[in-house]
Design a protein around this ligand. Structure first.
Ligand SMILES: CC(C)(COP(=O)(O)OP(=O)(O)OC[C@H]1O[C@@H](n2cnc3c(N)ncnc32)[C@H](O)[C@@H]1OP(=O)(O)O)[C@@H](O)C(=O)NCCC(=O)NCCS
Length: 169
């Protein structure tokens, strides 16, 4: 298994995995399959080409993209000490083999390499035990719950907020 940053030439492969993730796990993401299914590939290529404040890492098994994680740094001068994790997904046929853990560890290592970055945040839907256990075992701590934060197919879901504090640089 290999992890590397996704680049514009990965756009079509990334989109396939992203749409699969949104379709399979609708409560795991803030976005939806319906909103993203018609996104042009060149728009995705531009998204993957974004500068140093936005990274998307992919996990490849036998040259096939099977997992991903995104990390974005906040932009404003009062918020640039924070980054947030998003779009974490591992294909069901590759789960339980530590790919998620390695993706998270890659994203955290990248975060730790950014001068001035002090914390990494993320949210997870209440009841997503696999993701929450993984995040907490990597050092994230839950600090609050946003009640009824997501509405998916008529059902409201609470969202748990977690933070991982990094050493000051
Ligand atoms: C969450 C997810 C990314 C985990 O990926 P994975 O590659 O299967 O995870 P790993 O094999 O690296 O497991 C890492 C740790 O997570 C925890 N974990 C993983 N699956 C678990 C499960 N089904 N139940 C409880 N804990 C679980 C364990 O602590 C595990 O550590 P261990 O191997 O030492 O026991 C994957 O289940 C997934 O893509 N889910 C759907 C999308 C999603 O929920 N994304 C997160 C949005 S916030």
């Amino acid at each position: 298994m290999q992890i590397r940053r996704l680049v514009p030439s990965d756009a079509a492969t990334y989109q396939t995995l992203r749409l699969r993730a949104l379709g399979e796990s609708p409560t795991a993401f803030g976005s939806s399959y319906e909103e993203e299914r018609n996104t042009p590939v060149d728009a995705i290529a531009r998204f993957l080409a974004a500068g140093t404040n936005r990274y998307m890492f992919g996990a490849f098994v036998d040259a096939e993209l099977v997992g991903m994680i995104g990390i974005d740094r906040e932009q404003g001068r009062k918020e640039a000490h924070k980054a947030f994790i998003r779009s974490m997904y591992v294909r069901p046929d590759h789960r339980g083999t530590r790919i998620g853990r390695r993706l998270l560890s890659e994203a955290l290592a990248y975060a730790a390499s950014l001068p001035g970055l002090r914390q990494v945040t993320l949210t997870v839907i209440a009841g997503n035990l696999a993701a929450r256990t993984l995040y907490e075992s990597a050092g994230f701590k839950a600090w609050g719950v946003a009640p009824a934060a997501l509405l998916v197919d008529g059902v409201l879901y609470d969202e748990i907020h977690l933070v991982h504090h990094l050493k000051a640089t």
